[in-house]
Write a protein that binds this ligand. Structure first.
Ligand code: KIV
Length: 268
């Protein structure tokens, strides 16, 4: 909130493990989101719907161990908060106690306001998520940009007002037109973090595999590849295969040696 007031843009990246958390934290990324996108990026599912609380706690705890300065947000997976307010509070609590997250994220607007209120009442900060909310793809009919009609835009604005009133500390705006995200950002006092929501949000989030060019088959329009690490890694794997096969790896400098005399017993 201080950053929003000062006009400092907030940086957020998805993160799912310890070594990546250390790299991002050392680089100065403000916020690490252990998103349920890990279902797709790490576990190889088609969507995020199969991700469990156990998956989320496991990865959140690894990220929390690597992040010294960045705020760690743990995503609440599908069906961990929709059924009841009580379950929502219990599962949010698990992400804090077992996963060591400092904030939890859940998808939805007015329909999840009772959950947001109860989680905040339990002293757990909440990040909301509006627009293209991937846990609702079966309602949307796929990964489609949201808020493109007057009615749909009004609903998202209304949801944004309601989640702020319910006590959310931050909101991710995903897959909505730039103008709509700009209106919401101006209206809310809590920071908006955009992904496919244009440049007027208070911060931005990207899935790290996307911004590092690790997936070549599909690149959404909103993604910018900041470094082609996919190609870089593939070249390294190819070099490794070649050197192991031709015997040039491991070389002397990669091997341990002792005084050969200790092996005299072999010929005795
Ligand atoms: O699960 C996730 O990684 C997310 C971001 C893409 C915002 O929700």
């Amino acid at each position: 909130m201080n950053m929003k007031q000062k006009g400092d843009k907030i940086t957020m990246l998805t993160c799912y493990d310890y070594s990546m958390a250390k790299l991002m934290d050392n680089a100065g990324v403000d916020t690490l989101l252990v998103g349920d996108s890990l279902g797709m990026t790490i576990l190889g599912y088609e969507d995020t719907l199969s991700v469990t609380m156990e998956d989320m706690i496991h990865h959140t705890a690894a990220v929390a161990r690597g992040a010294k300065n960045a705020l760690v947000i743990g995503d609440m997976p599908f069906m961990s908060y929709q059924v009841s307010v009580e379950q929502a509070v219990i599962n949010a609590g698990r992400l804090i106690k077992e996963g060591r997250a400092q904030m939890v994220k859940l998808e939805g607007g007015a329909s999840v306001c009772p959950q947001i209120e109860a989680i905040v009442k339990a002293s757990i900060p909440v990040c909301a998520h509006l627009g293209l909310t991937p846990q609702s793809i079966n309602m949307f009919g796929g990964f489609k940009v949201q808020g493109k009609t007057e009615e749909a835009a009004k609903k998202i604005i209304d949801d944004a007002r309601k989640i702020e009133a319910a006590g959310a500390s931050m909101v991710v705006l995903e897959g909505i037109p730039t103008k709509l995200a700009q209106i919401i950002t101006k209206e809310l006092t809590i920071p908006t973090i955009g992904i496919g929501a244009g440049r007027f949000c208070d911060g931005q989030v990207l899935v790290y595999q996307d911004m590092l060019g690790m997936f070549s088959d599909f690149k959404p329009k909103f993604v910018k590849v900041f470094a082609n690490t996919g190609e870089f890694m593939t070249n390294a794997f190819n070099d490794y295969i070649k050197e192991v096969k031709d015997g040039s790896f491991p070389a002397e400098e990669n091997s341990y040696s002792v005084d050969n005399g200790i092996f005299d017993f072999i010929n005795e």
